[in-house]
Design a protein around this ligand. Sequence first.
Ligand code: GDP
Ligand code: MG
Length: 440
Amino acid sequence: LTDRLGGILEKLTRRGALTEGDVNEAMREVRRALLEADVALDVVRSFTDRVKSRAVGAEVLRSVTPGQMLIKIVHDELIKTLGSDAQSIDLDAPAPVAILMVGLQGSGKTTTTAKIARRLTERNKSKVLMASLDTRRPAAMEQLAVLGEQVGVTTLPIVTGQQPVQIAKRAMEAARLGGYDVVMLDTAGRTTVDEALMAEVAEVKKQVKPHEVLLVADSLTGQDAVNTARAFEERVGITGIVLTRIDGDGRGGAALSMRHVTGKPIKLLGTGEKVDALEDFDPGRVAGRILGKGDIVALVEKAAQAIDAEKAAKMAARLQKGAFDLADLREQLLQMEKIGGVGGVLGMLPGVAKMKDQIAASGMNDATFRRQRAIIDSMTPQERRNPDLLKASRKRRIASGSGTKVEEINRLLKLHRGMADMMKAMGGAKRGPLAGIGRA
Ligand code: GDP
Ligand code: MG
Protein backbone atom coordinates (compact mmCIF):
# COMPACT_ATOMS: atom_id res chain seq x y z
CA LEU A 1 0.00 0.00 0.00
CA THR A 2 1.14 3.53 -0.56
CA ASP A 3 3.15 5.42 2.04
CA ARG A 4 0.27 7.83 2.35
CA LEU A 5 -2.02 5.07 3.46
CA GLY A 6 0.59 3.90 5.92
CA GLY A 7 0.65 7.43 7.34
CA ILE A 8 -3.09 7.63 7.67
CA LEU A 9 -3.27 4.27 9.32
CA GLU A 10 -0.65 5.29 11.83
CA LYS A 11 -2.61 8.38 12.71
CA LEU A 12 -5.49 6.19 13.82
CA THR A 13 -4.33 5.64 17.33
CA ARG A 14 -7.48 6.15 19.32
CA ARG A 15 -8.88 3.14 21.10
CA GLY A 16 -12.38 1.78 20.86
CA ALA A 17 -14.50 1.10 17.84
CA LEU A 18 -13.52 2.33 14.38
CA THR A 19 -15.48 5.45 13.54
CA GLU A 20 -16.92 6.41 10.21
CA GLY A 21 -14.38 9.24 10.02
CA ASP A 22 -11.41 6.89 10.51
CA VAL A 23 -12.70 4.50 7.92
CA ASN A 24 -13.65 7.12 5.32
CA GLU A 25 -10.24 8.69 5.37
CA ALA A 26 -8.44 5.37 5.08
CA MET A 27 -10.83 4.17 2.38
CA ARG A 28 -9.86 7.10 0.17
CA GLU A 29 -6.31 5.76 0.18
CA VAL A 30 -7.41 2.15 -0.23
CA ARG A 31 -9.39 3.26 -3.27
CA ARG A 32 -6.31 4.97 -4.67
CA ALA A 33 -4.18 1.87 -4.08
CA LEU A 34 -6.70 -0.36 -5.84
CA LEU A 35 -6.91 1.96 -8.83
CA GLU A 36 -3.13 1.98 -9.02
CA ALA A 37 -3.23 -1.81 -9.02
CA ASP A 38 -5.50 -1.57 -12.07
CA VAL A 39 -8.71 -2.68 -10.42
CA ALA A 40 -11.76 -1.58 -12.42
CA LEU A 41 -13.51 1.51 -11.09
CA ASP A 42 -16.91 -0.03 -10.39
CA VAL A 43 -15.21 -2.95 -8.65
CA VAL A 44 -13.22 -0.52 -6.50
CA ARG A 45 -16.44 1.22 -5.49
CA SER A 46 -18.36 -1.84 -4.48
CA PHE A 47 -15.32 -3.27 -2.73
CA THR A 48 -14.65 -0.19 -0.62
CA ASP A 49 -18.34 0.13 0.22
CA ARG A 50 -18.35 -3.41 1.51
CA VAL A 51 -15.20 -2.92 3.56
CA LYS A 52 -16.61 0.28 4.97
CA SER A 53 -19.79 -1.35 6.17
CA ARG A 54 -17.77 -4.10 7.81
CA ALA A 55 -15.23 -1.78 9.38
CA VAL A 56 -17.30 1.03 10.87
CA GLY A 57 -18.04 0.12 14.45
CA ALA A 58 -15.68 -2.84 14.47
CA GLU A 59 -14.10 -3.29 17.85
CA VAL A 60 -10.39 -2.56 17.90
CA LEU A 61 -8.64 -5.19 19.95
CA ARG A 62 -6.08 -4.03 22.45
CA SER A 63 -3.22 -5.85 20.82
CA VAL A 64 -3.35 -3.92 17.54
CA THR A 65 -3.71 -0.33 16.45
CA PRO A 66 -6.93 0.76 14.71
CA GLY A 67 -4.87 1.11 11.53
CA GLN A 68 -3.76 -2.49 11.75
CA MET A 69 -7.29 -3.58 12.48
CA LEU A 70 -8.50 -1.76 9.39
CA ILE A 71 -5.83 -3.13 7.10
CA LYS A 72 -6.64 -6.60 8.37
CA ILE A 73 -10.27 -6.06 7.43
CA VAL A 74 -9.28 -4.78 3.96
CA HIS A 75 -6.97 -7.75 3.46
CA ASP A 76 -9.57 -10.32 4.59
CA GLU A 77 -12.21 -8.82 2.35
CA LEU A 78 -9.80 -8.86 -0.60
CA ILE A 79 -9.17 -12.55 -0.09
CA LYS A 80 -12.87 -13.20 0.26
CA THR A 81 -13.56 -11.40 -3.02
CA LEU A 82 -10.73 -13.19 -4.80
CA GLY A 83 -12.14 -16.50 -3.63
CA SER A 84 -10.83 -17.94 -0.42
CA ASP A 85 -11.04 -21.54 -1.55
CA ALA A 86 -8.51 -22.45 -4.23
CA GLN A 87 -10.19 -24.35 -7.05
CA SER A 88 -8.27 -26.48 -9.47
CA ILE A 89 -9.32 -27.83 -12.83
CA ASP A 90 -12.35 -30.05 -12.53
CA LEU A 91 -11.99 -33.39 -14.30
CA ASP A 92 -14.92 -35.03 -12.56
CA ALA A 93 -16.84 -36.15 -15.65
CA PRO A 94 -16.93 -39.18 -17.94
CA ALA A 95 -13.81 -39.47 -20.10
CA PRO A 96 -12.81 -37.95 -22.37
CA VAL A 97 -13.24 -34.71 -20.42
CA ALA A 98 -13.12 -31.72 -22.76
CA ILE A 99 -11.48 -28.46 -21.68
CA LEU A 100 -12.14 -25.52 -23.97
CA MET A 101 -9.58 -22.70 -23.88
CA VAL A 102 -10.94 -19.29 -24.89
CA GLY A 103 -9.69 -15.71 -24.91
CA LEU A 104 -8.25 -12.93 -26.99
CA GLN A 105 -5.32 -13.34 -29.35
CA GLY A 106 -1.98 -13.20 -27.59
CA SER A 107 -3.49 -13.77 -24.15
CA GLY A 108 -1.52 -17.00 -23.83
CA LYS A 109 -4.13 -19.63 -24.80
CA THR A 110 -1.84 -21.90 -26.77
CA THR A 111 1.00 -21.72 -24.27
CA THR A 112 -1.39 -22.30 -21.37
CA THR A 113 -3.02 -25.24 -23.16
CA ALA A 114 0.37 -26.95 -23.30
CA LYS A 115 1.17 -25.98 -19.70
CA ILE A 116 -2.07 -27.49 -18.41
CA ALA A 117 -1.68 -30.60 -20.57
CA ARG A 118 1.79 -31.08 -19.15
CA ARG A 119 0.57 -30.67 -15.60
CA LEU A 120 -2.33 -33.10 -16.04
CA THR A 121 -0.02 -35.65 -17.63
CA GLU A 122 2.58 -35.41 -14.90
CA ARG A 123 0.52 -34.83 -11.78
CA ASN A 124 -2.74 -36.62 -12.51
CA LYS A 125 -1.21 -39.22 -14.79
CA SER A 126 -3.96 -38.35 -17.25
CA LYS A 127 -3.74 -39.31 -20.90
CA VAL A 128 -4.17 -35.99 -22.66
CA LEU A 129 -4.89 -35.08 -26.27
CA MET A 130 -4.47 -31.49 -27.49
CA ALA A 131 -6.10 -30.03 -30.57
CA SER A 132 -5.85 -26.59 -32.12
CA LEU A 133 -9.08 -25.17 -33.50
CA ASP A 134 -7.26 -22.05 -34.67
CA THR A 135 -7.98 -22.04 -38.39
CA ARG A 136 -7.27 -18.34 -38.70
CA ARG A 137 -3.53 -18.26 -38.31
CA PRO A 138 -1.70 -20.91 -40.34
CA ALA A 139 1.13 -21.17 -37.83
CA ALA A 140 -1.16 -21.67 -34.83
CA MET A 141 -1.66 -25.41 -35.25
CA GLU A 142 2.02 -25.88 -35.85
CA GLN A 143 2.79 -23.93 -32.66
CA LEU A 144 0.66 -26.30 -30.59
CA ALA A 145 2.24 -29.34 -32.24
CA VAL A 146 5.73 -28.05 -31.39
CA LEU A 147 4.69 -27.39 -27.78
CA GLY A 148 3.13 -30.85 -27.66
CA GLU A 149 6.43 -32.42 -28.57
CA GLN A 150 8.18 -30.31 -26.01
CA VAL A 151 5.91 -31.42 -23.16
CA GLY A 152 5.39 -34.95 -24.39
CA VAL A 153 1.66 -34.62 -25.06
CA THR A 154 -0.03 -35.91 -28.21
CA THR A 155 -1.63 -33.41 -30.57
CA LEU A 156 -4.41 -34.20 -33.01
CA PRO A 157 -2.98 -34.67 -36.53
CA ILE A 158 -3.52 -31.52 -38.61
CA VAL A 159 -6.03 -31.81 -41.45
CA THR A 160 -6.33 -28.69 -43.57
CA GLY A 161 -9.63 -27.21 -44.65
CA GLN A 162 -11.68 -28.21 -41.59
CA GLN A 163 -13.81 -25.81 -39.58
CA PRO A 164 -13.29 -25.43 -35.79
CA VAL A 165 -16.41 -27.45 -34.92
CA GLN A 166 -15.33 -30.27 -37.24
CA ILE A 167 -11.86 -30.35 -35.70
CA ALA A 168 -13.34 -30.39 -32.21
CA LYS A 169 -15.59 -33.33 -33.08
CA ARG A 170 -12.69 -35.15 -34.67
CA ALA A 171 -10.65 -34.60 -31.52
CA MET A 172 -13.40 -35.99 -29.29
CA GLU A 173 -13.81 -39.01 -31.53
CA ALA A 174 -10.06 -39.66 -31.60
CA ALA A 175 -9.98 -39.34 -27.81
CA ARG A 176 -12.80 -41.84 -27.37
CA LEU A 177 -11.15 -44.33 -29.69
CA GLY A 178 -7.71 -43.80 -28.19
CA GLY A 179 -8.84 -44.03 -24.57
CA TYR A 180 -7.80 -40.50 -23.62
CA ASP A 181 -8.84 -38.99 -20.30
CA VAL A 182 -8.72 -35.33 -21.29
CA VAL A 183 -9.05 -33.34 -24.52
CA MET A 184 -7.69 -29.80 -24.52
CA LEU A 185 -9.21 -27.63 -27.22
CA ASP A 186 -7.22 -24.50 -28.04
CA THR A 187 -9.23 -21.89 -29.94
CA ALA A 188 -8.44 -18.90 -32.12
CA GLY A 189 -8.50 -15.41 -30.65
CA ARG A 190 -9.03 -11.90 -32.00
CA THR A 191 -7.37 -8.70 -30.96
CA THR A 192 -10.71 -7.49 -29.64
CA VAL A 193 -13.95 -9.15 -28.65
CA ASP A 194 -16.11 -9.44 -31.78
CA GLU A 195 -19.25 -11.32 -32.71
CA ALA A 196 -17.54 -13.67 -35.17
CA LEU A 197 -15.16 -14.89 -32.48
CA MET A 198 -17.94 -15.29 -29.94
CA ALA A 199 -20.19 -17.14 -32.38
CA GLU A 200 -17.40 -19.54 -33.29
CA VAL A 201 -16.53 -20.32 -29.68
CA ALA A 202 -20.18 -20.60 -28.67
CA GLU A 203 -20.81 -23.09 -31.48
CA VAL A 204 -17.89 -25.28 -30.43
CA LYS A 205 -19.13 -25.18 -26.86
CA LYS A 206 -22.63 -26.16 -27.94
CA GLN A 207 -21.40 -29.12 -29.99
CA VAL A 208 -18.73 -30.47 -27.66
CA LYS A 209 -20.23 -29.57 -24.25
CA PRO A 210 -16.85 -29.15 -22.55
CA HIS A 211 -16.68 -29.76 -18.82
CA GLU A 212 -14.45 -26.73 -18.36
CA VAL A 213 -14.40 -23.50 -20.37
CA LEU A 214 -11.32 -21.63 -19.25
CA LEU A 215 -10.90 -17.99 -20.12
CA VAL A 216 -7.23 -17.15 -20.59
CA ALA A 217 -6.58 -13.48 -19.87
CA ASP A 218 -3.49 -11.32 -19.79
CA SER A 219 -3.20 -9.81 -16.33
CA LEU A 220 -1.33 -6.82 -17.73
CA THR A 221 -4.27 -5.61 -19.78
CA GLY A 222 -6.12 -4.32 -16.72
CA GLN A 223 -9.46 -2.82 -17.62
CA ASP A 224 -9.56 -4.59 -20.98
CA ALA A 225 -9.27 -7.94 -19.28
CA VAL A 226 -12.40 -7.08 -17.35
CA ASN A 227 -14.42 -6.23 -20.43
CA THR A 228 -13.18 -9.40 -22.11
CA ALA A 229 -14.18 -11.50 -19.12
CA ARG A 230 -17.63 -9.94 -19.01
CA ALA A 231 -18.16 -10.53 -22.74
CA PHE A 232 -17.04 -14.17 -22.66
CA GLU A 233 -19.08 -14.92 -19.57
CA GLU A 234 -22.23 -13.36 -21.03
CA ARG A 235 -21.93 -14.68 -24.57
CA VAL A 236 -20.26 -18.07 -24.11
CA GLY A 237 -20.27 -18.88 -20.40
CA ILE A 238 -17.04 -19.81 -18.68
CA THR A 239 -16.23 -22.08 -15.76
CA GLY A 240 -12.94 -20.53 -14.69
CA ILE A 241 -10.15 -18.10 -15.44
CA VAL A 242 -6.42 -18.48 -16.04
CA LEU A 243 -4.49 -15.26 -15.58
CA THR A 244 -1.26 -15.06 -17.54
CA ARG A 245 1.81 -12.80 -17.35
CA ILE A 246 1.66 -12.63 -13.58
CA ASP A 247 5.46 -12.48 -13.93
CA GLY A 248 5.07 -9.03 -15.49
CA ASP A 249 4.95 -5.92 -13.37
CA GLY A 250 1.18 -5.69 -13.13
CA ARG A 251 -0.23 -5.40 -9.66
CA GLY A 252 -2.84 -8.12 -9.91
CA GLY A 253 -5.85 -5.84 -9.97
CA ALA A 254 -7.26 -7.68 -12.99
CA ALA A 255 -7.71 -10.76 -10.82
CA LEU A 256 -9.98 -8.90 -8.42
CA SER A 257 -11.99 -7.29 -11.20
CA MET A 258 -12.48 -10.44 -13.25
CA ARG A 259 -13.53 -12.46 -10.27
CA HIS A 260 -15.94 -9.75 -9.22
CA VAL A 261 -17.43 -9.28 -12.68
CA THR A 262 -17.83 -12.95 -13.66
CA GLY A 263 -18.16 -14.59 -10.27
CA LYS A 264 -16.02 -17.39 -11.72
CA PRO A 265 -12.96 -18.73 -9.90
CA ILE A 266 -9.44 -17.92 -10.97
CA LYS A 267 -7.96 -21.39 -11.22
CA LEU A 268 -4.39 -20.95 -12.38
CA LEU A 269 -1.73 -18.34 -12.95
CA GLY A 270 0.71 -18.17 -15.85
CA THR A 271 4.06 -17.03 -14.50
CA GLY A 272 6.33 -17.09 -17.53
CA GLU A 273 6.92 -18.25 -21.07
CA LYS A 274 8.31 -21.66 -20.15
CA VAL A 275 6.00 -24.67 -20.15
CA ASP A 276 6.40 -25.25 -16.43
CA ALA A 277 5.54 -21.65 -15.53
CA LEU A 278 2.06 -22.45 -14.19
CA GLU A 279 0.94 -22.03 -10.60
CA ASP A 280 -2.16 -22.61 -8.53
CA PHE A 281 -4.02 -19.43 -7.73
CA ASP A 282 -3.16 -18.22 -4.26
CA PRO A 283 -5.59 -15.50 -3.10
CA GLY A 284 -3.36 -14.49 -0.21
CA ARG A 285 -0.43 -13.77 -2.45
CA VAL A 286 -2.49 -11.87 -4.97
CA ALA A 287 -4.11 -9.84 -2.18
CA GLY A 288 -0.64 -8.97 -0.91
CA ARG A 289 0.38 -7.95 -4.37
CA ILE A 290 -2.64 -5.73 -4.83
CA LEU A 291 -1.98 -4.03 -1.51
CA GLY A 292 1.61 -3.55 -2.56
CA LYS A 293 4.10 -5.98 -1.12
CA GLY A 294 6.04 -6.86 1.97
CA ASP A 295 5.36 -4.54 4.83
CA ILE A 296 1.61 -4.61 4.65
CA VAL A 297 1.42 -8.35 4.39
CA ALA A 298 3.75 -8.79 7.32
CA LEU A 299 1.68 -6.24 9.21
CA VAL A 300 -1.49 -8.15 8.44
CA GLU A 301 0.02 -11.39 9.64
CA LYS A 302 1.20 -9.80 12.83
CA ALA A 303 -2.20 -8.28 13.41
CA ALA A 304 -3.96 -11.56 12.70
CA GLN A 305 -1.76 -13.38 15.17
CA ALA A 306 -2.23 -10.72 17.79
CA ILE A 307 -5.99 -10.74 17.28
CA ASP A 308 -6.26 -14.51 17.54
CA ALA A 309 -3.99 -14.59 20.57
CA GLU A 310 -6.01 -11.88 22.28
CA LYS A 311 -9.28 -13.65 21.57
CA ALA A 312 -7.80 -16.90 22.83
CA ALA A 313 -6.58 -15.22 25.99
CA LYS A 314 -9.97 -13.62 26.64
CA MET A 315 -11.68 -16.91 26.07
CA ALA A 316 -9.18 -18.71 28.27
CA ALA A 317 -9.85 -16.29 31.12
CA ARG A 318 -13.58 -16.94 30.86
CA LEU A 319 -13.08 -20.67 30.67
CA GLN A 320 -10.96 -20.65 33.79
CA LYS A 321 -13.77 -19.00 35.65
CA GLY A 322 -15.97 -21.82 34.43
CA ALA A 323 -18.04 -19.42 32.36
CA PHE A 324 -18.77 -20.71 28.90
CA ASP A 325 -22.04 -19.40 27.58
CA LEU A 326 -23.72 -19.52 24.21
CA ALA A 327 -22.00 -16.32 23.11
CA ASP A 328 -18.68 -18.11 23.64
CA LEU A 329 -19.96 -21.08 21.69
CA ARG A 330 -20.98 -18.74 18.90
CA GLU A 331 -17.45 -17.35 18.74
CA GLN A 332 -16.15 -20.90 18.54
CA LEU A 333 -18.51 -21.79 15.71
CA LEU A 334 -17.38 -18.70 13.83
CA GLN A 335 -13.72 -19.62 14.25
CA MET A 336 -14.40 -23.13 13.05
CA GLU A 337 -16.12 -21.83 9.95
CA LYS A 338 -13.24 -19.46 9.34
CA ILE A 339 -10.60 -22.11 9.40
CA GLY A 340 -12.85 -24.61 7.70
CA GLY A 341 -12.88 -27.19 10.39
CA VAL A 342 -13.04 -28.07 14.00
CA GLY A 343 -10.40 -26.24 15.95
CA GLY A 344 -10.43 -22.49 16.00
CA VAL A 345 -9.45 -20.70 19.13
CA LEU A 346 -10.05 -23.82 21.14
CA GLY A 347 -7.43 -25.52 19.04
CA MET A 348 -4.93 -23.09 20.51
CA LEU A 349 -5.76 -24.12 24.03
CA PRO A 350 -4.04 -27.20 25.37
CA GLY A 351 -6.22 -29.88 26.90
CA VAL A 352 -9.30 -29.38 24.83
CA ALA A 353 -8.66 -32.12 22.31
CA LYS A 354 -11.47 -34.11 23.91
CA MET A 355 -13.91 -31.35 23.25
CA LYS A 356 -12.87 -31.14 19.67
CA ASP A 357 -13.49 -34.85 19.37
CA GLN A 358 -16.92 -34.32 20.78
CA ILE A 359 -17.72 -31.71 18.17
CA ALA A 360 -16.23 -33.81 15.40
CA ALA A 361 -18.25 -36.82 16.53
CA SER A 362 -21.45 -34.85 16.24
CA GLY A 363 -20.79 -34.75 12.50
CA MET A 364 -20.84 -31.00 12.18
CA ASN A 365 -19.71 -29.14 9.10
CA ASP A 366 -19.71 -25.55 7.90
CA ALA A 367 -23.39 -25.61 7.05
CA THR A 368 -24.33 -26.83 10.54
CA PHE A 369 -21.99 -24.28 12.11
CA ARG A 370 -23.80 -21.54 10.21
CA ARG A 371 -27.23 -22.81 11.24
CA GLN A 372 -26.17 -23.03 14.85
CA ARG A 373 -24.81 -19.53 14.73
CA ALA A 374 -28.13 -18.41 13.29
CA ILE A 375 -29.90 -20.03 16.24
CA ILE A 376 -27.70 -18.23 18.75
CA ASP A 377 -28.12 -14.96 16.85
CA SER A 378 -31.89 -15.24 17.27
CA MET A 379 -31.62 -15.39 21.05
CA THR A 380 -31.67 -12.48 23.45
CA PRO A 381 -28.41 -11.63 25.26
CA GLN A 382 -29.96 -12.94 28.49
CA GLU A 383 -30.77 -16.25 26.85
CA ARG A 384 -27.22 -16.52 25.51
CA ARG A 385 -25.88 -16.07 29.02
CA ASN A 386 -28.40 -18.40 30.60
CA PRO A 387 -29.83 -21.03 28.22
CA ASP A 388 -32.09 -22.34 31.00
CA LEU A 389 -34.37 -19.41 30.22
CA LEU A 390 -35.30 -21.08 26.93
CA LYS A 391 -38.76 -22.59 27.30
CA ALA A 392 -40.66 -24.43 24.57
CA SER A 393 -42.44 -21.36 23.20
CA ARG A 394 -39.19 -19.39 22.91
CA LYS A 395 -37.54 -22.32 21.17
CA ARG A 396 -40.31 -22.37 18.61
CA ARG A 397 -39.92 -18.63 18.04
CA ILE A 398 -36.17 -18.94 17.69
CA ALA A 399 -36.53 -21.87 15.30
CA SER A 400 -38.80 -19.88 13.02
CA GLY A 401 -36.63 -16.79 13.39
CA SER A 402 -33.49 -18.65 12.38
CA GLY A 403 -35.05 -20.95 9.81
CA THR A 404 -34.21 -24.04 11.83
CA LYS A 405 -36.02 -26.70 13.84
CA VAL A 406 -36.59 -27.06 17.58
CA GLU A 407 -34.66 -30.35 17.51
CA GLU A 408 -31.63 -28.47 16.20
CA ILE A 409 -31.89 -26.02 19.07
CA ASN A 410 -32.03 -28.88 21.53
CA ARG A 411 -28.99 -30.47 19.93
CA LEU A 412 -27.11 -27.21 20.19
CA LEU A 413 -28.05 -26.81 23.87
CA LYS A 414 -26.90 -30.34 24.57
CA LEU A 415 -23.58 -29.69 22.88
CA HIS A 416 -23.16 -26.50 24.87
CA ARG A 417 -23.97 -28.27 28.14
CA GLY A 418 -21.40 -30.94 27.41
CA MET A 419 -18.75 -28.39 26.59
CA ALA A 420 -19.55 -26.19 29.60
CA ASP A 421 -19.32 -29.19 31.95
CA MET A 422 -15.97 -30.12 30.56
CA MET A 423 -14.76 -26.54 30.93
CA LYS A 424 -15.80 -26.53 34.54
CA ALA A 425 -14.01 -29.79 35.20
CA MET A 426 -10.85 -28.44 33.58
CA GLY A 427 -11.09 -25.11 35.39
CA GLY A 428 -11.17 -26.99 38.67
CA ALA A 429 -7.99 -28.89 37.94
CA LYS A 430 -5.10 -28.02 40.20
CA ARG A 431 -2.81 -26.58 37.64
CA GLY A 432 -5.40 -25.80 35.02
CA PRO A 433 -4.76 -27.09 31.54
CA LEU A 434 -5.27 -23.54 30.37
CA ALA A 435 -2.38 -22.15 32.32
CA GLY A 436 0.07 -20.40 30.10
CA ILE A 437 -2.43 -19.23 27.51
CA GLY A 438 -2.04 -15.72 26.20
CA ARG A 439 1.60 -15.46 27.06
CA ALA A 440 2.94 -16.66 23.73
P1 GDP B 1 -2.54 -17.07 -27.80
O1 GDP B 1 -2.58 -16.19 -28.99
O2 GDP B 1 -3.61 -16.71 -26.83
O3 GDP B 1 -2.57 -18.51 -28.15
O4 GDP B 1 -1.17 -16.76 -27.04
P2 GDP B 1 0.18 -17.59 -27.03
O5 GDP B 1 0.03 -18.79 -26.18
O6 GDP B 1 0.65 -17.80 -28.41
O7 GDP B 1 1.13 -16.59 -26.24
C1 GDP B 1 1.52 -15.34 -26.73
C2 GDP B 1 2.85 -14.96 -26.14
O8 GDP B 1 2.73 -14.79 -24.73
C3 GDP B 1 3.92 -16.02 -26.32
O9 GDP B 1 5.13 -15.39 -26.64
C4 GDP B 1 4.02 -16.69 -24.98
O10 GDP B 1 5.29 -17.21 -24.72
C5 GDP B 1 3.70 -15.55 -24.04
N1 GDP B 1 3.13 -15.98 -22.76
C6 GDP B 1 2.09 -16.80 -22.54
N2 GDP B 1 1.83 -16.94 -21.21
C7 GDP B 1 2.76 -16.19 -20.58
C8 GDP B 1 3.05 -15.89 -19.18
O11 GDP B 1 2.38 -16.37 -18.24
N3 GDP B 1 4.10 -15.07 -18.92
C9 GDP B 1 4.85 -14.53 -19.94
N4 GDP B 1 5.85 -13.71 -19.59
N5 GDP B 1 4.60 -14.75 -21.23
C10 GDP B 1 3.59 -15.58 -21.56
MG1 MG C 1 -2.92 -19.45 -29.97
